[in-house]
Design a protein around this ligand. Structure first.
Ligand SMILES: Nc1ncnc2c1ncn2[C@@H]1O[C@H](COP(=O)(O)OP(=O)(O)OP(=O)(O)O)[C@@H](O)[C@H]1O
Ligand SMILES: [Zn+2]
Length: 730
């Protein structure tokens, strides 16, 4: 420890890849890991002390004292603090921004890390009586009291979110004595029992026992279980063992809004404190969950990517569900992979980690091959469900009406006549991917992107899915004035209309990002589907993920051909995952399932391999191709991206970056090239790809020159970023 007053190395939220040194000044010496308020230029910023040092490289007359010590102890548990520093180093991302991304918003603003009391509202007898006498106009009061009646007389803070109310709106009812406001006790609610665990089948049983052995120590598992094999039940029973040992559990899921069922299953199973981190929370609720987990008051935290940064007092297990999902990689700012960091976190905290999927990523399969993860398999569907029958439907020369062949419609008809549900899958929302003029051939392009605009007929708008620009649908061609404009191609909206026409007596719902914008919308659709109020589901990949609809017996894949031919080396993996997942929605209960895939390329090796063998053999094949092509996971990649108003600036900048990286043995730089989609949101984009056979070499090559790169004059003319282990070629 340096003498009495050390110099503080502080992570300040700036775009620079460095920390800044400060003097302690009049404050008490902040601990490493505590937040401090510091002067920065003309601003005052909140930073985190990352080290105490004896001497600074900054001249002493330039060093300024901090303004305030905010925390009297380290904010983060030591493991998590170390993980963030490591991640800043590995992803070559500014350390201040790493903290800023990972901490709850209120802590970044300098709010004290103190739990605020939370309240719930209890319905009184008067309230119950008042409910039956409410007048017609008391719509809001009716909604509130009705909710309480349906939830054992309780309105919790989460309920308020769902009701889209703020606490002050309940005040009139508490004043009338219809509700009583009570403080939620902040004590750990210890785990006492689980409700109705299922009897595991032999494969599930083996998986749980293998993993149970590792509680209390680090071990990585890949739970590779076909769709509907009951992976969730395996997680639940393993989690129970961890809860019995009084440890905490972190569950990462791809998109929480899409999987309300999974969340409810957790809540029904365990009578302990379960926190859900989702986008609908207020900043205060988010902070409270964070603090409760840190203090051990919460037993299970379920959340998306960023939930990985929740502190725990005693973390006993990490589950990464659907580990192959691309949403685990953040695509802007701090571009981390939550799955990869989760493995490191588990190692640091001496906890087992389970990566679960029916379609594991090539990275995880490779880790199994290398002995870094233990492979556990569930080959059979749970209970009595059989794997679905898959039919590749050759549509060459066949007449298509709105993208649908008669053979496909006949197939659907058979299932619908038996009272079952069909899912029609198309990964493109909107009515049609473009709009064309019949007079001159003009196409509605986005002015700001190298892409067509998608027609959304319901809203009578053209919408660019890349930059979000929206304009009214033109009444006539802007080039030649011709009034006849016609949609080209197929989107979910158009498919929905076509299916309503083809099956006029059936109920069709469309599920995509547009139709589920309203809060609760997804939940309402799921309930309707489960209650058999829906016959045909049309939708995008939102429907492919994790859903369990017992009455769904047929899945139709309408247009997959575009995915079979792509320049991205990950396209085969992604398409195989998507097809396997969507096919896996069919026949999950006692009725057999059928999958029909329309294609113009029935001989395509991906389709042949995927359905004559299985995902497991296909993944080994994909891996040997990657190895032969010297591609990840056999090599590491980093992608420099840059953009500006003209292509010249990003190209100049990236050329200099390439020169700076020079001749590092083992490191190859490709480019710079214009990005696959060169123009986006009005910016011209270019990229430089770096590849190395050895892990870590990229960091070793870039780190020594990063501050030179940051200070290049050409860097000032562009917006640029580094993406380590990029997942997205654009
Ligand atoms: N041991 C069991 N006995 C009876 N039913 C089971 C058993 N295990 C799971 N199930 C049931 O099987 C169904 C499918 O399970 P689950 O949703 O967990 O599968 P999954 O592997 O997560 O599927 P996917 O990867 O396709 O989302 C659920 O309805 C679940 O309740
Ligand atoms: Zn655009």
């Amino acid at each position: 420890m340096p003498p009495s007053s050390p110099i503080l190395k502080v992570a300040v939220p700036t775009p620079l890849r460095r920390s800044f040194d400060y003097l302690v000044g009049q404050s008490i010496i902040p601990a490493i890991g505590a937040r401090v308020r510091v002067p920065f230029g003309r601003q005052q910023l909140v930073g985190v002390v990352i080290d105490h040092i004896a001497e600074s490289t900054t001249p002493s007359n330039k060093l300024k004292p901090i303004l305030e010590t905010i925390d009297d102890q380290p904010l983060l548990p030591a493991h998590l603090f170390k993980l963030l520093l490591w991640a800043s180093d590995y992803y070559l991302h500014p350390v201040g921004d790493v903290f800023n991304t990972c901490l709850p918003g209120l802590l970044n603003k300098g709010e004290p890390a103190i739990l605020e009391p939370e309240y719930y509202w209890q319905l009184t007898e008067e309230g119950e009586q008042a409910f039956s006498n409410l007048g017609k106009n008391a719509v809001k009061q009716h909604k509130i009291l009705n909710w309480a009646l349906q939830h054992q007389g309780v309105i919790s803070p989460e309920h308020l979110n769902q009701l889209e109310l703020i606490p002050s709106e309940l005040k009139p009812l508490t004043e009338k004595g219809w509700l009583i406001k009570k403080q939620i006790e902040l004590s750990a609610k210890p785990y006492t029992q689980s409700n109705q665990p299922l009897a595991l089948n032999p494969e599930q049983h083996d998986a749980v026992s293998a993993m149970q052995q590792s509680i209390g120590q680090f071990h990585g598992f890949l739970l590779d279980g076909v769709t509907g094999s009951g992976k969730t039940e395996v997680y639940l029973q393993l989690i129970e063992q961890v809860l019995i040992k009084k440890q905490q559990v972190l569950v990462l899921v791809p998109e929480i809004g899409l999987t309300p069922q999974t969340v409810q299953r957790f809540q029904r199973r365990f009578n302990c404190d379960i926190a859900m981190l989702h986008s609908g929370l207020t900043d205060r609720q988010r902070l409270n969950i964070w603090l409760k987990a840190k203090q051990g008051l919460t037993s299970i935290v379920i959340g998306t990517r960023s939930a990985l940064f929740t502190p725990f007092s005693d973390l006993g297990l990490i589950v990464v569900d659907e580990e192959h999902d691309v949403s685990y990689k953040q695509q802007d700012g701090f571009r981390y992979s939550a799955r990869d960091l989760a493995i490191l976190r588990a190692r640091d905290e001496q906890a087992p980690i389970v990566l679960g999927s029916a379609t594991p990523s090539m990275e995880s399969v490779h880790n199994v091959n290398q002995g870094k993860l233990t492979h556990l398999t569930l080959r059979k569907r749970a209970a009595d469900a059989k794997p679905p029958h898959i039919k590749v439907l050759d549509i060459r020369q066949r007449h298509l009406e709105n993208g649908l062949s008669q053979a496909l419609l006949d197939n659907m008809k058979r299932h619908l006549e038996n009272g079952n549900q069909c899912l029609v899958f198309l990964n493109r929302r909107g009515f049609a991917p473009s709009l064309m003029c019949h007079g001159c051939g003009w196409i509605a392009d986005c002015q700001r992107c190298d892409k067509h605009m998608t027609l959304h007929l319901q809203q009578k708008r053209l919408h660019c899915h890349h930059c979000d620009k929206q304009v009214f649908m033109p009444k006539k061609c802007p080039e030649c004035g011709e009034p006849e404009l016609f949609p080209i191609g197929l989107g979910t909206e158009r498919l929905e209309q076509a299916l309503i026409k083809a099956f006029p007596n059936k109920t069709v719902v469309r599920i995509d990002r547009d139709s589920t914008r309203r809060k609760q919308a997804m939940q309402d659709y799921v309930t309707a589907i489960k209650n058999n109020e829906v016959d045909i589901l049309v939708g995008t990949q939102m429907l492919a993920k994790g859903h369990h609809f017992p009455n769904l017996t047929m899945v139709a894949v309408v247009d997959i051909d575009g995915c079979l031919f792509s320049a991205d080396f990950r396209a085969t993996e992604r398409t195989a995952q998507l097809l396997t997942q969507v096919a896996g929605r069919a026949g999950r209960a006692d009725k057999p399932g059928e999958v029909v895939i329309q294609t113009h390329h029935p001989e395509h090796p991906l389709l042949l391999n995927l359905f004559t063998q299985d995902y497991q053999s296909l993944s080994q094949q994909i891996l040997s191709e990657r190895q032969a092509g010297q591609l990840p996971p056999y090599t590491s990649m980093a992608l420099f991206r840059a953009e500006a108003s003209t292509l010249q600036y990003p190209m100049e900048f990236l050329n200099e970056v390439s020169k700076q990286l020079g001749q590092v043995p083992g490191l190859d730089c490709f480019g710079p090239f214009p990005a696959p989609m060169a123009k986006r949101a009005g910016k011209m984009r270019a990229q430089l790809l770096c590849q190395a056979e050895q892990r870590g070499l990229i960091q070793r090559a870039i780190k020594p020159v990063i501050s030179i790169i940051e200070q290049l004059p050409s860097a000032r003319k562009v917006r640029w970023s580094i993406d380590i282990d990029p997942q997205d070629p654009f």
